[in-house]
Design a protein around this ligand. Structure first.
Ligand code: OSB
Ligand code: MG
Length: 374
């Protein structure tokens, strides 16, 4: 693939309703979309960084900087044999996984189109239908959360995840569990607790949760191993895992029994596939996490979720839960049994709505091979 052009743009999109986590509330999204053209074929990727460095250390603006000043100038005009060669090209850039992922995933889209296969098949996916869950933000009171859960269950979603934080945890979980004794229910604290909260977190065992996601510090695998030894509920790591070696560390330390894989957090499809492989070998279930993605990020999540290690429902849900109008066609839809039918077309299998993206764009940067210095 000869990299002919790279276009980076920031789009603004408003969520249908505010999403509250332990680290803050989001309504207005600033999302980076990347289009790469190689051998005349256009491929798209999305940077899943959020606006503030509160989930991980990246932001929309740090990703803009890393792509504009380091990744794009280095990649333009180069010949890249396969998308999986990309990580080696950016290995000298430490961290910034989400910035890297936005570009790498566009290369995967191109490679799949050139081979005339759906991206999910190129990745080695085996499922033609994937299981979906939802992630529900923190709400003003338990009663309104119960109502929301009921609505999502009526739509068919197979697993409900509740965002929690200190002071908005036990009461909310108890209310939902009382109303729905048998559903697959989990919680996500986004690093809001410490080991001093051990006795408090132990109380969640009584609610038979599928998992407790990232209760402790975003970069402390060791602390999670101490907690997992003391509680019955399976810990699932999200923020702590950026690559396969960190996953191996967590598994060997028994810091978790489940891992959430996010394409951006682990730097793209190449590493995500490797990570799910080592988890699958070790009987550690994985599932696809979400970052309030627009359609391009969502389409990449669907492709990844077809790999054999993805045995639990992901946070991959319908476009209409987030947006009045998504940037891909058709929008992502969920069946009444809580699944997404994986698209059959080549590449991402969705059409990017260029005119809409153009209208949503607030800034752009473009590199083309003719002007590249070499
Ligand atoms: O921890 O999974 C998380 C959203 C933003 C940042 C972190 C997380 C989330 C979600 C939303 O839980 C998942 C979704 O996209 O629906
Ligand atoms: Mg999470």
């Amino acid at each position: 693939m000869k990299i002919e052009s790279i276009e980076l743009r920031e789009i603004r999109m408003q969520l249908k309703s505010p999403f509250e986590t332990s680290f803050g509330t989001t309504l207005n999204r600033r999302i980076l979309e990347v289009e790469v053209i190689a051998d005349g074929v256009s491929g798209w990727g999305e940077v899943t960084a959020v606006e503030t460095p509160a989930y991980n250390s990246e932001t929309t603006d740090t990703a803009w900087h890393i792509i504009s000043d380091f990744i794009a100038p280095n990649l333009i005009g180069k010949n890249v044999n396969k998308a999986s060669d990309f990580p080696a090209l950016v290995a000298a850039i430490r961290g910034h996984e989400m910035a890297k992922s936005g570009i790498e995933n566009a290369l995967w889209d191109i490679e799949a189109q050139r081979k005339r296969v759906p991206l999910w098949k190129l990745l080695g996916g085996t499922m033609e239908e994937i299981a979906c869950g939802v992630s529900l933000g923190i709400r003003e009171n338990p009663a309104s959360l119960v109502k929301k859960v009921e609505e999502e269950l009526r739509s068919g979603y197979q697993r409900i995840k509740l965002k929690i934080k200190p002071g908005k945890d036990l009461e909310y979980v108890a209310a939902v569990r009382k109303e729905f004794p048998h559903i697959r229910l989990s919680v996500d604290a986004n690093s809001a607790y410490t080991l001093d909260d051990m006795a408090h977190l132990k109380k969640l065992d009584e609610y038979k949760l599928l998992m407790m996601e990232q209760p402790l510090s975003w970069d402390d695998i060791y602390a999670h191993s101490k907690l997992q030894a003391q509680i019955e509920t399976a810990i699932c790591l999200d923020e702590c895992i950026h690559n396969t070696p960190q996953a191996l560390t967590a598994i060997e330390l028994k810091a978790c029994r489940i891992i959430n894989i996010k394409l951006g957090r682990v730097s793209g499809h190449t590493e995500a596939r490797e990570l799910q492989g080592i988890c699958h070998q070790r009987n550690i279930p994985v599932w696809c996490g979400g970052m309030l993605e627009a359609g391009i990020g969502r389409a990449h999540n669907i492709a990844m979720s077809t790999l054999p290690g993805f045995t639990l429902p992901g946070d991959v849900s319908a476009s209409r839960r987030y947006w009045n109008e998504d940037i891909i066609e058709p929008a992502v839809e969920v069946t009444p049994k809580g699944t997404i039918q994986v698209p059959k077309g080549p590449g991402l299998g969705f059409t990017v709505k260029r005119a809409l993206i153009e209208r949503l764009t607030v800034r752009r940067n473009r590199w083309s091979a003719q002007h590249a210095a070499h």
